[in-house]
Design a protein around this ligand. Structure first.
Ligand SMILES: [Mn+2]
Length: 331
């Protein structure tokens, strides 16, 4: 009910977005590098909805869409770069313009910034940022109709993928009854929930299972922290094609008797991608921010310069101190 009262008719940001969309003919929609389900879902949901409204749409991502999500309508038409001319540029699920990678052409300003990251820098001309919302797809699901757009079946599928992805299948602490209602309304459009759930969260390739094995072999614990790493050599050994952790971090976060899970993924000779997951009650995003990253209270990340072993040592001791000093309490 609270949500309904807050979303009164004539919300100024909704009106601004609605008018910007109605004036534009050629629209670029884009999202962040190494796109997750919410990035892909929000991109394709808004892209498809704008196309259905008769707009000329370019959907742009710097990195490719994971194979398991290529069932979504429009995923085969996503390009690496935006081409002029266009008259509206929309960023989705992205906290700062650096994370748009090559998708943001030089000298182009972001017109509309739609996101749910607490660390969002409000870099758009119009900013719709809802940090309390579980996913950018949930933001879209509750606003699309206010912008004169229609949620048809392909749009609903893409939205559900993003909501399932960022809520880890409705089990993150920011999943609310509003999240469930939004998702239920999408499923009511005739979507196959078990099939979409499997494609979004459960299915994995043989090589990613091998890759998990290499990471799990090195699993370690320090107090209430569990952690492991994946190196360039592991990737080669498992023939894993991505440069991510194949979502191993989300498995680590299910380990009992731990408050924080940390994943270290070697990106090159001197760069490591670090991901944190925290139990409810601990806000890990400020720690990620202190390493130049960002994210949400329960799930954050950063890219840190240095050799894998050095970064690992530094981050683990910083996490231990962070948990000790009481700054980490959420709400
Ligand atoms: Mn997201």
């Amino acid at each position: 009910m609270k949500e309904k009262k807050k979303k009164k008719m004539g919300n100024p940001i909704d009106n601004e977005i609605r008018s910007a969309i109605s004036k534009a003919k050629r629209i670029v929609v884009t999202s962040h590098i190494r796109p997750d389900q919410d990035a892909v879902g929000s991109l394709l949901a808004l892209g498809n909805a704008l196309e259905a409204a008769g707009k000329d749409v370019q959907m742009v991502l710097t990195d490719s869409i994971s194979v398991s999500l290529r069932f979504l309508q429009g995923s085969d038409r996503v390009k690496r770069q935006a081409e002029q001319p266009f008259d509206l540029f929309i960023s989705l699920d992205c906290s700062d313009t650096k994370r748009l990678g090559d998708a943001l052409p030089a000298d182009v300003k972001v017109d509309i910034n739609i996101d749910h990251h607490l660390s969002n820098l409000y870099f758009g001309q119009i900013n719709l940022v809802e940090p309390e919302n579980v996913a950018t797809c949930a933001v879209l699901a509750s606003h699309l109709q206010d912008w004169g757009l229609v949620i048809d079946r392909p749009v609903a599928e893409a939205l559900l993928v993003g909501i399932l992805g960022d809520s880890l299948g409705f089990r993150t602490s920011n999943t609310t009854t509003d999240t469930l209602r939004l998702a239920a309304n999408l499923v009511d459009m005739g979507l196959n929930l078990p099939e979409i759930y499997a494609k979004t969260l459960v299915g994995r390739s043989f090589s990613s299972a091998k890759y998990w094995g290499l990471g799990l072999e090195k699993l370690a614990r320090k107090g209430r922290i569990v952690y492991t790493s994946l190196s360039l050599a592991d990737r080669k050994k498992a023939s894993y094609p991505g440069n991510d952790d194949a979502d191993l971090i989300n498995m680590l976060s299910t380990i009992d008797d731990a408050d924080v899970a940390i994943m270290f993924v070697e990106q090159g000779q001197n760069k490591v991608k670090v991901s944190w997951r925290a139990i409810q009650g601990i806000d890990i995003s400020k720690l990620a921010l202190s390493f130049g990253g960002g994210g949400h209270p329960a799930a954050s990340g950063a890219e840190i310069e240095g050799p894998l072993s050095e970064v690992q040592e530094k981050v683990i001791s910083a996490t231990i101190n962070y948990l000790k000093n009481g700054d980490n309490k959420f709400n």
